[in-house]
Design a protein around this ligand. Sequence first.
Ligand code: ADP
Ligand code: MG
Ligand code: MG
Length: 251
Amino acid sequence: MLEIKNLHVKLEEEDKQILKGVDLTVEAGKVHAIMGPNGSGKSTLSYVLSGRDGYEVTEGSATLEGEDLLELEPEERASLGLFLAFQYPVEIPGVGNMTFLRTAVNAQRKARGQDEMSASDFLKEIRAKAKELQIDADMLKRPVNVGFSGGEKKRNEILQMAMLEPKMCILDETDSGLDVDAMKLVAEGVNALRSEGRGFLVITHYQRLLDHIKPDVVHIMSNGRIVKSGGPELALEVEQNGYADILAEAV
Ligand code: ADP
Ligand code: MG
Ligand code: MG
C-alpha cells in the first residue's frame, strides 16, 4: 500500500537534514505504529507524505499502490486515497464543517469516477458517523475546527477520515491532548475503519493509544530514521523502559 524507501528530507529554508533514510512499508489491512522521542522527525514524515511546502526530498521515494506520491499535488494525493490527521488540525474560518466535508467527499468521488452523493444520503451518513464519535449537530454547522476544543478537533479529524473512506490513513499524534474517554472514542473510530483494503500508520509519542488501537508492527524512529521495528511488545518495552535502552542498542 504505502512504500517509503531511503527517504531523505531537508528543510527548504535552512540547510537542515531532518529525515535521513526512512524505509517503511505498510501493507493493506495492517496497522503500523511509529513511536519515538520528540524531534525525531515523525511529523516531518507525515508532512512530506501529505505534500506540505517547505520540505525538499533529496533522496529516496514514496509510493501509494505504486504511484509516486512525491510528484503529486496534495489534493491529488488525497484523491488517490491518502488521508492525514494532523497533530495540530487547521481551523478554516468561514467554511461550515458540513459544507467542507460534502465538498471534500464529492471531490474524492469525482476523482474516483463516482457520481456525487445526494444531499439526503450525505446527511444520513454524516449524522450516523458523527453520532458514533459523539459529535453533535451544532459542531457540524460551525466553521471547521474554529473554537473546537482539542478533543473535538481530533474527533472531527476522525469524522473526516470516516467520510472520505481513504485507502491509507496516517494519524499524527491524534491522541495528544486527549483525555482517556476522548482517546477511546478516537480509537473506536479508527478501529471501525480497519479493513483488509486499508492501511494505517499511527504516529504516537505514548504507548497508551496502542492499548486501544492494536498495531501489527511497531517502529521506533530516532534522529530521522527508523532504528528498530518489532511487534506490539516493542511499544510495551518503551512504556516500561523509555527510549534510552532501545536507542543505545540501535546505534
Ligand atoms: P517529531 O514529530 O518526531 O517530534 P518533527 O518532525 O516535528 O519531530 O521535527 C523533527 C526535527 O526537525 C526537530 O528537530 C524540529 O525542530 C525540526 N524541524 C521540523 N520542522 C522545522 C522547521 N520548519 N523549521 C526548523 N526546524 C524544524
Ligand atoms: Mg513533536
Ligand atoms: Mg510530531
